[in-house]
Design a protein. Structure first.
Length: 230
């Protein structure tokens, strides 16, 4: 009579190793797909917020100041016409939009303070907010330049809205210091300069998602609505 033998420890180890490779091959792409979906969802939300800012300007004749806390209402005690006070939380309650990105962090918001009281005519830019490529910051690769709209300046940025992405940390020039421990859940994480960084997702290096409202788009929409020039 033939006696059946069980698996040896070596054979079982090989089987478990193969199963581990197979399961890893399934779960890693799934994790990546989920992260890519969150990036797309956040990008869509940011575009919705940008549209809401335009609608706010059409109705109110100005853009809202950033919120100083997570309550979602623009600052009223600390006007954002001063450069250092123009970075903070998104005033999501005033805009009627989603306050969170796909990772549960509140969106950050930066405004050129000259647009907080009214939409100026002629169009001027007070703080020259800049958007630059993450790999070429400092080498002149400005992503937001334009020429000749009412006045000839270098920046086309009125407002900036961004998510700190998967890691919840403002990367590169989006923080006072990339390695300062800054995070998007506290007001102290805001940048103190006028340069912001935009680029694609790079695991463990850069995952901020950023959009900006160009003055050309804002003014064109105000003109179409009959609200500009004032």
């Amino acid at each position: 009579m033939k006696i059946s033998q069980g698996f040896t420890l070596i054979e079982m180890a090989i089987v478990l190793l193969i199963m581990g490779f197979l399961m890893g091959g399934l779960f890693m792409p799934l994790s990546m797909q989920m992260n890519q979906q969150k990036i797309k969802d956040t990008e869509r939300t940011l575009e919705t917020i940008k549209d809401a800012l335009i609608g706010y300007a059409v109705i109110n004749g100005n853009l809202p100041c950033p919120a100083l806390d997570k309550g979602g209402h623009e600052s009223s005690t600390n006007p954002c016409t001063t450069y250092n006070n123009s970075d903070g939380y998104l005033p999501w309650a005033d805009l009627g939009v989603n306050k969170y990105d796909a990772w549960g962090n509140i969106f950050r918001y930066r405004l050129d303070g000259s647009f907080s009281d009214s939409i100026p005519n002629p169009i001027v830019v007070e703080h020259e907010l800049e958007i630059r490529d993450v790999n070429k910051v400092g080498d002149g690769n400005l992503l937001s330049s334009f020429e000749n709209i009412a006045t000839d300046t270098n920046s086309n940025v009125v407002a900036i809205i961004y998510s700190c992405g998967k890691n919840g940390i403002p990367n590169k020039t989006n923080a006072i210091s990339e390695y300062s421990g800054a995070n998007c859940s506290t007001a102290s994480s805001t940048t103190s300069n006028n340069v912001y960084t935009k680029d694609g997702y790079v695991e463990d290096k850069f995952d901020d998602i950023l959009v900006w409202l160009p003055k050309t788009i804002l003014i064109n929409q105000l003109v179409l609505a009959g609200k500009w020039p004032p």
